[in-house]
Write a protein that binds this ligand. Structure first.
Ligand code: ADP
Length: 484
């Protein structure tokens, strides 16, 4: 059991129309702790009909919510933000129990998640339209921004809090209402945040959280013509399916999908800074983020020195249950995740790569994997093409800038990319040549609430966070008024 200062945060119901509900069938889904396999709690397995009821409640809530003054919506969001920050320790404990990330990292995510609510509470008051100079003197042309309507969000397990607030905050700020389907591995963090939304005074039906079987819930939400928008974060594979399901009703979609982030270290880089950045980017959340460095390209002149320094530092990362003090690498989310990491490492080794550090399951057992560094990695290996989503740093060697740009862009993905150089002219050349939605120069950490997060190519559509994020939840209405 998770020990909480505020036990009301651990919910076993879904949030529909302002109340905590169980499935009428009585069916539940168990949430387990990836560190030891224990059951953290049950959540309801809602039926398609129960999801339809949530859509009806959303429909009833949308009118009044969208018609409130922006400053009223803003005030409620601000309270929600404050409550999340005040309950950060409990929320982090719930997150670590169901997701596995170290407590300090979980708390960091809670603060990050809350920052989107604070930001969009402020942006709610700044949804401006336009007045367009008319081509005729007897017309007045006005652009109004109006909320899209009922929105659905489907979110992943790697950021159980932030992926929800990054969608719900701009939606609610804009005057939309939202139904969230959290990942089946991590619904308890979502429900706890829902409890705080109630305490903040969010009216019934404005934010609802439905748990259960992904296909059933996703099917109802995408098929409904009342739901006007889907915001999804997850794999490209599932994003493609959901986008197709949204096609018959021409729903708006925002998609944050897979990445295959290159992390490029040029000969003229500050090696120590690059090692710190590589660790921050690669090993955060045990390598389970879509912006984690997946392919490390290191120029010949410093390849050996970088590999040695990286391995020395990675060897110091403590592995263990997220609740243990000082741990930096927790367990992977489940058996499939560790099987994928093993497959990637075995494939690389079978094709000639060399394991400098780690390379196998951790003695702790379960889904713990040793932080790993591999050298001699080449483009024919699976790690070059697929996201490993684990604590494995594969080091590719390159000779020229032209060659590394070609290799970095040789993927269907385009989410985040990183590069280290001290050369100003190269900085601009490389930043502009990388086909990615986000680029980190001399840093491995780029996400925050004020910057636009999102990808190009098959990494997604749309941007979250920043002043652009709220536009995803607004429609443009053009009003043409004849004055005589
Ligand atoms: P991950 O690899 O991060 O688990 P997924 O894309 O499989 O990524 O899952 C992300 C979210 O999408 C989760 O909430 C999951 O339940 C949901 N999901 C997976 N498959 C479907 C589907 N067919 N329909 C609707 N939601 C789905």
């Amino acid at each position: 059991m998770v020990q909480l200062a505020n036990p009301a945060l651990l919910r076993d119901g879904g949030l529909i129309d302002g109340a905590w509900r169980q499935a009428r069938s009585g069916e539940t889904v168990a949430v387990t702790n990836p560190a030891d396999g224990s059951v953290v709690g049950p959540v309801p397995r809602f039926s398609a009909q129960e999801v339809e009821q949530a859509i009806e409640a959303a429909e009833a809530a949308f009118g009044p919510w969208s018609q409130r003054a922006a400053r009223e919506r803003s005030a409620i969001l601000k309270r929600w933000f404050e409550l999340i920050v005040a309950n950060a320790d409990d929320l982090a404990a719930i997150m670590t129990a169901e997701q596995g990330k170290p407590l300090a990292e979980a708390k960091g995510e809670i603060v990050y998640a809350a920052s989107f609510i604070e930001w969009f509470a402020e942006e709610a008051k700044r949804v401006y339209g336009d007045v367009i100079p008319a081509p005729q003197t007897d017309k007045r042309l006005i652009v109004l921004k109006q909320p899209v309507g009922i929105c659905a969000a489907i979110t992943p397990w790697n950021f159980p809090a932030a992926m929800i607030t990054r969608k719900a905050a701009p939606a609610l700020a804009a005057g939309c209402v939202m139904i969230v389907k959290p990942a089946e591995q991590t619904p308890l963090t979502a429900l706890a945040i829902g409890q705080l939304a109630i305490e903040a005074g969010l009216p019934a039906g404005v934010l609802q959280i439905v748990t259960g079987e992904a296909r059933t819930i996703g099917g109802v939400l995408t098929a409904s013509d009342k739901v006007r928008k889907l915001s999804f974060t997850g794999s490209t594979e599932v994003g493609r399916i959901l986008m197709a399901q949204c096609a018959p009703t021409i729903k708006r979609v925002s998609l944050e999908l897979g990445g295959n982030a290159p992390f490029i270290v040029f000969d003229d880089a500050d090696i120590e800074a690059a090692v710190v950045g590589a660790i921050a980017s690669k090993y955060r959340n045990a390598g389970q983020t879509c912006v984690c460095a997946n392919r490390l390209y290191v120029q010949s002149g410093i390849y050996d020195a970088f590999a040695r320094r990286l391995a020395e530092e990675v060897a110091k990362l403590p592995v263990g249950a997220g609740t243990e003090k000082g741990v930096l690498i927790g367990p992977l989310i489940d058996d499939d995740a560790i099987a994928k990491v093993e497959r990637h490492v075995e494939d690389a080794v079978s094709k000639g790569a060399h394991i400098v550090l780690g390379g196998k399951r951790h003695p702790l057992g379960g889904t713990f994997y040793e932080p790993t560094v591999i050298t001699g990695v080449t483009p024919d290996m699976v790690v070059a093409r697929e996201e490993t989503f684990g604590p494995v740093a594969p080091l590719f060697r390159f000779e020229t800038e032209e060659e590394v740009i070609a290799m970095a862009n040789d993927t269907e993905f385009g989410l985040a990319a990183y590069f280290y150089t001290e050369n100003a002219r190269r900085t601009w050349r490389v930043a502009e040549a990388l086909e990615y939605g986000m680029v980190g120069h001399n840093t491995g950490l780029i996400s925050n609430e004020v910057a636009p997060f999102g990808g190009v190519k098959q990494s997604g559509i749309g941007r979250e966070g920043s002043k652009y994020g709220i536009e995803e939840y607004l429609e443009i209405k053009y009003l043409c008024s004849a004055v005589r």
